[in-house]
Design a binder for this molecule. Structure first.
Ligand code: KG4
Ligand code: ZN
Length: 368
């Protein structure tokens, strides 16, 4: 029997300080996440400087907790892995420095991991049957990509956003209606109280690029709609709906357009329907075109309940099998980094102590 491979992995690319120990890639022995969300909520979004400082403060304790929960010591490990891009440079640097220090002190191989490769790998953790090739929709706060996963470490991006990422659009609309940060989960919940067909918002398409995305037109349409409703009521349209932290008196049933009987929840549900429509139709069309019967989703927005329902229905209709991780593995975590690192480690990827944070690292780029 082959020896188990134990990897300590670290993730600090945005506002989560996370560490994990994984066994043979797909078996998490620990999953520690310190989320800074409450801190950033005060400012209506992630403040890079605060994120870096908090990572520095927390990283040692998060790593120790991951080792303790897994009941392993540094001597039991085979490698240390870390997200080295893309992300906020100051935030990434903290994880990279920590991983390099551990690698040097414990004499462990160092494996740098691409953050999106990690998000995709989150699917392997709970779906033991999933193997490449398959098509993956990656939808997070910073990325919206349609990716052909040719092998564990081979990717081809066939679609990308030309402007906002899907998660970014959710966050901006949440702020505009007064839900505050982080927007995605709040819009998801609020939309459950509304009608997805109450307002028809545009489905963004990019001429000549059938699998690319564009959400800025939709975002403007929703903002214009909200402003025109406010003005119809004789209010200043441009300022009322802009709340960083969320309005205390937020009510999903508040009438935005009393004449038409349209509520805030209706607007969020209609916005969400427009996003979901585009994400689902592009993914299914691409899967058909490239001949995939396995479709996966990854990233924070992959926890969206309407997206899950819409994609499930479309996949069933087209005889495709759908995979997505549990919500805790959709948003940033270190288990996904450990899983991706395992396949990189097995195929021989090793980084030196000159590994640097690469805020604009491209998927599939080796960075050494
Ligand atoms: O993957 P992630 O944790 O971080 C990045 O790598 O960006 O994704 C965070 C994004 C945020 O924009 C957040 O609003 C969005 O994922 N998100 C959601 C949901 N949960 C998180 N968006 C829509 N519906 C959700 N349930
Ligand atoms: Zn992420």
């Amino acid at each position: 029997m082959e020896k188990d491979v134990l990897i300590l992995s670290i993730e600090s690319s945005c506002d989560e300080t996370a560490a994990s120990v994984t066994k043979n890639g797909r078996e998490p022995l620990s999953n520690i996440i310190y989320s800074q969300i409450d801190l950033h909520t005060l400012y209506g979004g992630v403040v890079p400087e605060i994120a870096s400082r908090k990572h520095i403060e927390k990283i040692n304790r998060v790593v120790q907790a991951a080792l303790d929960e897994a009941s392993v010591g540094l001597k039991d490990l085979d490698a240390v892995a870390v997200t080295y891009g893309p992300g906020l440079v100051g935030a990434l640097l903290v994880g990279v420095a920590e991983a390099k220090a551990i690698s040097y002190a414990a004499g462990l191989p160092l494996v740098g991991v691409h953050h999106i490769e990690g998000h995709i790998a989150a699917n392997y953790v709970e779906h033991k049957d999933l193997e490449p090739p398959f098509l993956c929709l990656v939808v997070s706060g910073g990325h919206t990509h349609l990716v052909i996963v040719r092998d564990y470490d081979k990717f081809e991006i066939i679609g990308r956003t030309h402007d906002d990422a899907a998660g970014e659009a959710f966050d901006k609309i949440a702020r505009a209606v007064g839900l505050g940060y982080p927007g995605g989960p709040k819009v998801d919940k609020c939309a459950k109280e509304g009608r997805p067909d109450a307002v028809t918002f545009p489905r963004g398409h990019v001429a000549g690029s059938p699998y690319d995305f564009s959400f800025s037109g939709l975002k403007s349409a929703v903002l214009n709609y909200l402003n025109s409703c406010r003005m119809k009521q004789g209010l200043d349209g441009s300022t009322v709906y802009s709340s960083k932290t969320g309005r205390e008196d937020f009510d999903p049933h508040e009438l935005i357009d009393p004449e038409e009987g349209i509520t805030v929840a209706d607007v969020t549900a209609s916005f969400q329907a427009a996003v979901v429509d585009v994400l689902v139709s592009h993914t299914i069309e691409a899967a058909k075109e490239y001949g995939f019967d396995k479709v996966a989703m990854a990233g924070g927005v992959a926890s969206n309940s309407a997206l899950r329902a819409g994609m499930k229905e479309a996949c069933e209709k087209n005889g495709m099998k759908l995979y997505y991780p549990s919500p805790v593995l959709c948003t940033d975590n270190a288990v996904m980094i450990g899983c991706a690192a395992y396949y990189e480690y097995m195929s021989g990827t090793r980084h030196g102590l000159d590994l640097n944070a690469m805020p604009n690292l491209k998927l599939g780029e080796r960075g050494f």
